[in-house]
Write a protein that binds this ligand. Structure first.
Ligand code: ADP
Ligand code: ZN
Ligand code: ZN
Length: 804
């Protein structure tokens, strides 16, 4: 008898043993996925051992083998083990995030009637019993084709009936994968055009909306994006799908990645060349070498990456480029497609599960040797990895906020080390940790000090909003200086970007009589007023309620809307500049990658004069005609109870300033603030990274924050407040007295004490040594397991980026 040990995506740190039935014995290998019973459920896990030692307890059979060839090679399993140990996460959950192949499992069969079946349906209906499953199925299918899953749900013991109907030639089956079926794709991914050949039916019998759509398509021949069509024709999406089933129109999915104009291959300037040559030398020697490529915004870092990737391919090794979530727009991806052709795989969040699995397979097969992806791309099975580039390495989106809470940048470095690969961390504003590593010689520092073609950096001015108030006696959103500057741009046809780090209209509603603030019912945070939707919204859990007209506590009518959000900024701009064309970009106006791209595209093509937005607009977009960047309030982020508040503010302001003057006309940046003396704001306005670093690193050293300690945030959550408090106290007692070299802060209420109906208490653990920190955290986990606490109640976040 043979057995396999399987790692399952459950919150337990052990492998589970299953016996292998005859048919699987010779096929199962380490790194393959198997489908196994687990209690009442069935789960997919990864085989980590195959052996013939019978376990002490009775075991069940594995049900199915999902891969004939391993999906995880030994090195990747080793990487998974490292991540699980380092981040204190269950191995099975790590391995699951490493294999994004669920799209392959969701294949679905679609059944439809044949002509014979249609005749038979009529016949059968007269003669057969009504509760005969075959009859029920034929009846159902007379409507339209249906998925197997749907039929099985509607008709009991459908499987046999389906088989016999198929044998008789009454139904045919199309084995489409659910996500690839155009009828199921979302409207913005579909193109529709009329199907002229098949138009024999009498349109009169069609529902009204379908007739309207056909009429529209007749007047506007060619193919149309379905989402856009919905604006012109009511119910277009529904009608198009229905018409497609009747074969009266054709639906086709549209690739999420348009081909971009080919990006010209540039000759590197001297600074770029020096940086490139260092990387080239390390690639030539095939050795592990991390670099920090620190270059001001617009200094041409991307071009260095591209040359390095070219060289890496020339040495016959694969390359991985990670970019922040928001930066991987279809246009950016398109640039890589045009440069590297079908050697590129893109791991894009606009892809559905099936497409993602397809890309993954191409990488694994060695067909795609360059991979461009976001955080989880770090696990892509690139063959013979030679180079990993992490663009904007300081970006927060590299850190996953759910289990496993890994940082893609740090995993990339560990992976590169095992593969003897080079790592290039690129940024204009490196994280303190990374720059510190460069200072200590762990990373080699490469500098791009100037913008391409000696374009000047934008000139930055601080506007003290306290003076503005004293002089104007008005609590205004915009200073006079900012308004003038915007007006001048409108006059000259140049463009403006306005940054405000808060969406919604006002930040909260307070009662002037009793001081009550309107809070979320699920979270201990105030609700934000969104005027367009006329509702109060929680930005943490999406709870929404109507806008009150009187105070819910004292019934007073004196409610005050306090604070400014991006929606209000847009609104005030419209009032100040009635003829200006204004676009807004925040999570309310951007719900999909497509919309994000569309707004940016419109702005680049000068369809708008002003773009208002949250930090979304600060990142990486290269729009030459922007000569003014305004920051409405630089102060919001500074007030956060987080030791990284200054660093984040500095990064955001510097990145925002980097958006101005990227073309031939120099740009200016106006930053409104009530904290003009704060060092983060001062150094950002001087665009002085080194100055900021020196100051901030002193603070970190003094307070023993990273990079001068290893930090973990241990969070306890429970629906009952006293329960959460008691658990955190119990856990704290395990740490008391704290061992030498460990410092424990708390337990204390988390800054957001209640979130989605759970109360949260936290312990912050600082350690001199990583090893010691890890041992301690593992001890806490075992403690929670022994006490049988629910796995969700204990959250361990190693190297946390946010302490909220
Ligand atoms: P960064 O990523 O450092 O902000 P980019 O890589 O986006 O900068 O480069 C800024 C602009 O300069 C881009 O439009 C790019 O095409 C252009 N560029 C980069 N390198 C060169 C070069 N060597 N010669 C001319 N233009 C270049
Ligand atoms: Zn009140
Ligand atoms: Zn909430």
């Amino acid at each position: 008898m043979k057995y396999c040990d399987v790692s399952l995506p459950v919150p337990l740190d052990q492998l589970f043993t299953y016996s292998l039935p005859e048919t699987l014995q010779h096929r199962v290998q380490i790194g393959c996925r198997v489908f196994v019973p687990f209690g009442p459920r069935k789960l997919t896990g990864v085989v980590l051992a195959v052996h013939d030692q019978p376990p002490d307890v009775p075991v069940k059979d594995a049900l199915r083998l999902l891969d004939e060839q391993p999906v995880l090679e030994c090195e990747m399993i080793a990487l998974g083990r490292w991540a699980a140990a380092y981040y204190c996460a269950p191995l099975g959950e790590v391995l699951r995030s490493m294999t994004p192949l669920t799209g392959e499992l969701r294949s679905s069969k679609i059944y439809e009637l044949t002509d014979a079946g249609r005749d038979a349906a009529r016949q059968l209906m007269l003669t057969a019993e009504d509760n005969d499953p075959a009859v029920r199925i034929l009846q159902l299918l007379q409507g339209h084709p249906l998925t197997a899953a749907y039929i099985k749900q509607k008709v009991s013991s459908a499987a046999n009936a389906l088989r016999s109907l198929q044998k008789k030639g009454f139904i045919q089956v199309e084995d489409t994968q659910a996500d690839r079926d155009p009828l199921r794709a979302s409207a913005d991914r579909l193109r529709v055009q009329s199907n002229d050949e098949r138009r024999t039916t009498n349109d009169e019998r069609l529902p009204k909306w379908e007739r309207e759509l056909l009429a529209y398509l007749e007047l506007h021949p060619g193919s149309h994006n379905l989402a856009e069509l919905e604006i012109a024709v009511k119910n277009a999406s529904q009608s198009a799908r229905s018409l497609a089933r009747k074969k009266l129109v054709e639906l086709a999915t549209e690739s999420p990645l348009p081909l971009a104009d080919p990006r010209p291959i540039r000759t590197l300037n001297p600074a770029q060349l020096t940086a490139y040559q260092e990387i080239e030398a390390a690639l030539r020697e095939s050795k592990f070498q991390p670099f920090l490529l620190q270059g001001v915004t617009g200094s041409g870092k991307t071009e260095v990456y591209l040359h390095a990737i070219d060289t890496c391919l020339a040495y016959d090794r694969g390359a991985l480029l990670l970019v922040p979530e928001i930066a991987l727009t279809p246009a950016v991806a398109g640039q890589f497609l045009t440069r590297f052709g079908d050697q590129v795989a893109i791991l894009h969040s606009a892809f559905n599960d099936v497409e993602r699995a397809e890309q993954w397979r191409r990488i694994q097969a060695g067909k795609a040797r360059v991979v461009v992806g976001t955080r989880s791309g770090v696990f892509a099975p690139v063959r013979n990895l030679g180079l990993v580039v992490i663009d904007e390495e300081h970006d927060g989106s590299y850190k996953q906020q759910d289990t496993p809470r890994y940082n893609g940048r740090d995993v990339a470095i560990v992976r590169a080390q095992a593969a003897n690969a080079c790592v290039v961390l690129g940024s204009a504003t490196p994280s303190l940790e990374t720059r510190y590593n460069a200072e200590r010689g762990k990373y080699k520092l490469l500098h791009l000090p100037d913008r391409i073609e000696q374009r000047p950096m934008a000139q930055v001015e601080l506007i003290d909003m306290r003076h503005e108030f004293l002089e104007t006696r008005k609590q205004a959103t915009f200073s006079r200086r900012l308004l003038e500057a915007i007006a001048a741009r409108l006059e000259s046809g140049e463009q403006t970007m306005l940054l405000l780090n808060r969406r919604g209209f006002s930040s909260f509603v307070a009662c002037r009589s009793c001081g009550e603030r309107l809070e979320c019912i699920n979270c201990s945070v105030t609700l934000t007023y969104h005027r367009r939707d006329r509702r109060m919204l929680c930005h943490y859990c999406d709870y929404a309620q109507g806008v009150p007209s009187v105070c819910p506590k004292c019934q007073s009518e004196y409610l005050q809307f306090i604070g400014v959000g991006s929606e209000k900024v847009e609104d005030e701009l419209h009032r100040q500049f009635p003829t200006a064309r204004i676009a807004r970009m925040d999570r309310d106006t951007v719900t999909g990658k497509r919309q994000f791209e569309k707004i940016l595209y419109g702005f680049r093509e000068a369809a708008f004069d002003i773009l208002v937005g949250t930090q979304m607009i600060a990142k990486g977009h290269d729009i030459p005609n922007v000569t003014l960047v305004g920051v409405v309030s630089a102060d919001l982020g500074l007030a956060m109870p987080d030791f990284r508040a200054a660093e984040r503010t500095f990064q955001l302001l510097t990145q925002a300033a980097g958006r101005a003057g990227r073309g031939n006309i120099p740009g200016i940046v106006l930053i409104q603030t009530i904290n003009p003396e704060h060092y983060a704001i001062r150094y950002a306005s001087a665009q002085d990274y080194d100055g900021f670093y020196e100051k901030e690193i002193q603070f970190r050293k003094l307070m023993r924050y990273p990079p001068f300690c290893a930090l973990a945030n241990v969070l306890l959550r429970n629906e009952k407040q006293d329960q959460a408090m008691a658990m955190s106290a119990e856990l704290a007692s395990v740490l008391d007295p704290a061992p030498e070299g460990i410092k424990v802060l708390g337990p204390a209420e988390a800054p957001v004490n209640k979130l989605k109906n759970e109360y949260r208490y936290q312990l912050l653990i600082k350690a001199v040594s990583r090893k010691q920190l890890n041992e301690l955290l593992q001890r806490l986990r075992r403690f929670a397991l022994d006490r049988k606490w629910s796995p969700a109640s204990l959250v361990i976040d190693v190297d946390p980026l946010s302490l909220l």
